[in-house]
Design a protein around this ligand. Structure first.
Ligand code: HEC
Ligand code: HEC
Length: 364
């Protein structure tokens, strides 16, 4: 899993504090779930099924044009199969591959070769779809330096982590990459636009979309922190955490056509103080947590925007930086925090308390 890879990198640097900073951004979870849940969209499946009808019919035309399959009914049946595969591949690739295999990351921010470069590499060696898919799936099932077809990339970036997908998912991913023109501008946008126009109608849709955005942002924050540990060492990662967290959140937000922030009633970063409406939600949420043991997210309408609130709870790990200054936070960490955040309010927490909320604004 990804976090095992990250743990490995952090332990190679033997620096606990940077690992903690890194883990922190991964763990600002809507609920306190495992560190990096790849299947963040599990609960969105029905909606996705709907939106794929459109995408898949478009893909179809492209695919079947060049492909002379037998009778009408046969091609109809495989049509469904192929569109299902493409649907699944699209989803995984745009949400969970391009974050590292970004087409336009700067040299410095780059974590892995662009997806197009990976595709070209595999296409050169494997000239049929079957061979291409087989080779890529085989690597991704269990990445090792020995099975790599891009040893220079392994040397430069370190081995790709095992993301824990099933064989079927990886076949879909590889088939999608094989059949998609990654050089065509907007290949990764089409789907999300369709999604917006065609399926985000009810408050429930926005509530879930907001949750997805919060999770996506969480993984981007984690990824970038990792990158700064890789490129600049632990010291750099601390600075990154201090200075870059907010602008990065925003750039992700731009891509998703939404704005995303993390706020608290007891904030560490002065820019993260909750406003009046957010404070009102936080107050109610704390009450609900005490009385019922859980917190419901909230969605509201404001002009042409929908605004979602999603709780961020603490677990034992958070206390190392947000717990008691006497018993939980060690002296080195405390002095590093105090140096960067002289007006810090974000200590004194126990486990399973409301540390803050994600605020996701989406255009209707
Ligand atoms: C956390 C970052 C990260 C994510 C997420 C990621 N990759 Fe990678 N990937 C890498 C790195 C780093 C390399 C280069 C080193 C290597 O080849 O192992 C790489 C290399 C590859 C390679 C070339 C393997 C080889 O060496 O022959 C393929 C194929 C690949 N990735 C596909 C994918 C696909 C498909 C996804 C999404 C399911 C994905 N990657 C998600 C980091 C990532
Ligand atoms: C290694 C120290 C560290 C750990 C561990 C840590 N945090 Fe933080 N946290 C910080 C720092 C530093 C900031 C300020 C970041 C910034 O400048 O935006 C912060 C900010 C936040 C914020 C934004 C609001 C604010 O106060 O500025 C939330 C929410 C938050 N942390 C939640 C958590 C949760 C939940 C956990 C555990 C899952 C956790 N943190 C673990 C160091 C840590």
């Amino acid at each position: 899993m990804l976090h095992e890879w990250l743990k490995y990198i952090a332990s190679a640097r033997r620096d606990n504090a940077s690992l903690l900073f890194y883990l922190h951004s991964l763990n600002n979870d809507v609920a306190t779930e495992p560190i990096l849940d790849i299947d963040i969209d599990d609960d969105l499946k029905p909606k996705e099924k709907k939106r794929f009808v459109l995408l898949s019919s478009a893909l179809f035309l492209v695919l079947f044009h060049s492909c002379n399959t037998g009778t009408q009914t046969e091609s109809q049946a495989s049509e469904n199969e192929i569109s299902k595969t493409m649907q699944e591949g699209f989803e995984i690739v745009t949400q969970n591959c391009v974050s590292c295999h970004s087409p336009n990351a700067t040299q410095e921010a780059r974590l892995a070769p662009p997806l197009l470069a990976v595709k070209k590499h595999y296409s050169e060696k494997h000239d049929t779809e079957e061979a291409f898919v087989g080779a890529m799936r085989s690597f991704l099932t269990k990445p090792t330096a020995e099975s790599s077809e891009m040893p220079n990339a392994v040397e430069k970036f370190g081995l790709m982590p095992n993301l824990g997908y099933t064989k079927e998912q990886l076949s879909a991913v590889a088939a999608y990459i094989y059949n998609t023109d990654l050089e065509k501008p907007g290949w990764n946008k089409e789907y999300s636009n369709k999604d917006k126009q065609n399926t985000l109608g009810s408050e429930e849709d926005y509530l879930k979309e907001g949750q997805r955005l919060a999770m996506a942002t969480k993984s981007v924050l984690g990824k970038n922190l990792l990158s700064s540990i890789q490129h600049k060492g632990p010291e750099g990662a601390l600075v990154f955490c201090n200075e870059r967290a907010i602008p990065l959140t925003d750039s992700m937000a731009q891509e998703l056509e939404a704005s995303i922030k993390r706020v608290s009633d007891k904030n560490r970063n002065p820019g993260n103080l909750a406003n009046e409406e957010e404070l009102a939600y936080i107050k109610k949420a704390k009450l609900a947590l005490t009385n019922t043991g859980s917190i419901e997210p909230h969605i509201s309408e404001k002009g042409d925007r929908m605004i979602g609130y999603y709780p961020i709870l603490t677990n034992a790990m958070c206390l190392k930086c947000h717990g008691s200054t006497e018993s939980d936070i060690d002296l080195n960490t405390l002095s590093a925090i105090n140096a960067r955040y002289p007006n810090d309010n974000a200590t004194g927490y126990k486990s399973n308390e409301l540390r803050g909320i994600w605020v996701i604004e989406m255009k209707k």
